[in-house]
Design a protein around this ligand. Sequence first.
Ligand SMILES: *Cc1c(COP(=O)(O)O)cnc(C)c1O
Length: 444
Amino acid sequence: MAAADLLQRSLGAVWHPCTQMRHHQPGATSPLPLVPVVRGQGVWLEDASGHRILDGISSWWVNLFGHCHPQIGAAIKAQLDTLEHVMLAGCTHPPVVELSERLAALTGHRLGHAFYASDGASATEIALKMSAHYWRNQGQTEKCRFISLAGGYHGETVGALAVTDVPLFREAYAPLILAGTSVMSPDARQACAGESPADVARRAAQALEAHLDAHHRETAALIVEPLVQGAAGMAMYDPSYLRHARRLCDRYGVHLIADEIAMGCGRTGTFFASEQAEIWPDFLCLSKGISGGYLPLSLVLTTDGVFDAFLDDDTARGFLHSHSYTGNPLACRAALATLDLFRDEDVLTANIDRSRRLRAAFDARFADHPRLRHQRARGMVLAFDVADAPPDFSRRFFAAGLEARVLLRPIGATVYFMPPYVIDGAEIDHLMDGAAVALERVLA
Ligand SMILES: *Cc1c(COP(=O)(O)O)cnc(C)c1O
């Protein structure tokens, strides 16, 4: 399909996500380009006119090893000719068993039970439901409320919005959403003069403690994004917060849910972000990168203690949640190929050097820029905030980035980089140069 044809037909028939469709239409006051992508290879996307655009945000944080990776593709193709899908209720199959065992091993068997779904929001809902149902099975039916962090994002289904604190995503649906409470985020950008990130974490932990002290009786779980709150604008915080949270949850008898949907799978430097705080949650949600960015897959890992609390002759005490494509063999096979790459290519070690090179290239262009604030990085995530950005900054930067052949999609006034783990030195320069050109154009 030619570029113009593809765009016109897309606008006619496809309702795009997270988009005011008016911004895509001709004549919009603040237009947002729609990119007709026809091919992908490594960090590159190719549009219908043959332009190569560097995918600087891993296609919404899902892609880990580049587009059209030969090993992941081969694994899916082999599975396709063996077993494409079978229901997971009453049936099982090799890919789901192998994947569950390998994930359990990655947690040192602390989280030895995997429950599957297809998207991140469903993983959130599963963790919330499992937590509340656990307490119910223990006779504590009043423990059914949830706490989340200010600015937290855990998905946009009606249930997940109870713990998602992004006003733009919530407001229109306020009457539909279950009441939840958000407590102070440990976001290190809130540091007062002389305060370290660990001090902010301590202050946030005190707010959590005050809330739990008053409300632990009706609270089932606290849900957090470990180390980096993605949709809040890559808000980074000190790992000590997770230790405080673990200790407080234990003291008050409340579950800790780690939503590692975005920050798991090596993004922050360790396979699980929680590892950097040396804690394990009661529930750990994964999606996005777990299939390498190939197929929809999400899962919740949990403990023997939680699993055992559902074992009973009574059907209703079991966890009866289900989705039709739960544990899809193709998606599990993609995830196994992804874990193979982590193991065989020692990706976490290679990423230490890769993230250093990203940081150096980032600092060279953005560290001393007068309009930028809070330049920050953790692992393979880098970000800065633009001071006094115009209200349509994000759209204008996206458009200017495309002209410089980089796909970057700021969150409000925060520009961030989350490239695939295969980006090389020349590609790092292309990415950072493209971002610098786009920034100057938008600020001019
Ligand atoms: C993306 C994301 C989700 C939701 O995942 P979907 O697959 O988009 O439903 C939940 N939590 C976090 C931290 C995410 O980044």
